[in-house]
Write a protein that binds this ligand. Structure first.
Ligand code: GRF
Length: 214
């Protein structure tokens, strides 16, 4: 049995594409569903090209965020989703949905958390003048980019400070780090410490529980 993964997007979906290219239907992983907060997300076409079921959950169609996220949670559960990946999902999630998928929802953030959480993280890092930045993959909790950290990778910022160039560097790291995190979770190598729930253990060799290829 493969790990059934849903990817939530709002934009271009280059991280979704990286997952499709590197882990979908490999390593015991099935990207089974893609949901977007907006019908204009470019990532929807990427999912459709890969033959993956998609849905759009615009907040304006619902009474409020809680109602939208309740519907989204039902949609995910009806598809037996075991892991939810936020890959450029640009809206806050209702705490009810986060609790429903506690320990089963991860996010990619374009900075070294806890520095520069929230929106415009790359710009925040540049404005601050940091010399090193990077990418974080973390579990989602009820705060903004505050959940336990699974993986991080850093790099030095060039003096040119050209935002386009730095975005490209960030994306290149993201496209490697997010698939790696999903692979590690699928093979049972990621575990939150029982005594310190901030601490995530990674056992690269897994526990022998890697799921077979589909
Ligand atoms: C990524 O930089 C991600 O870290 C951030 O939003 C961006 C999404 O890019 N949360 P894409 O839609 O995957 O191309």
């Amino acid at each position: 049995m493969s790990l059934r993964v849903a990817v939530l997007i709002s934009g271009a979906g280059t991280n979704l594409q990286a997952l499709l290219d590197t882990v979908h239907r490999k390593h015991g992983i099935e990207i089974a569903a893609v949901a977007s907060s907006t019908p204009t997300a470019g990532g929807l076409a990427r999912a459709e090209r890969a033959g993956i079921e998609t849905a759009v959950f615009p907040i304006v169609d619902q009474r409020d965020r809680a109602a939208r996220d309740h519907a989204l949670g039902d949609w995910l559960e009806q598809r037996s989703i075991e892991l939810v990946v936020l890959a450029g999902f640009m809206e806050l999630l209702d705490p009810g949905l986060v609790r429903r998928f506690a320990g089963r929802m991860i996010n990619i953030h374009p900075a070294l958390l806890p520095a520069f959480p929230g929106v415009r993280a790359i710009e925040q890092a540049l404005d601050y003048g940091v010399k090193v930045t990077g990418v974080t993959v973390h579990f989602v909790d009820e705060g903004i980019d505050t959940g336990p950290i699974i993986l991080q990778e850093c790099f030095e910022l060039p003096y040119s400070r050209d935002i386009g160039e730095i975005e490209q560097r960030v994306h290149a790291v993201e496209h490697r780090l997010l698939p790696r995190a999903v692979r590690l979770i699928a093979q049972g190598s990621v575990r939150i410490d029982e005594r310190n729930p901030r601490l995530v253990h990674i056992d690269e060799r897994g526990d022998g529980g890697e799921r077979g290829d589909v």
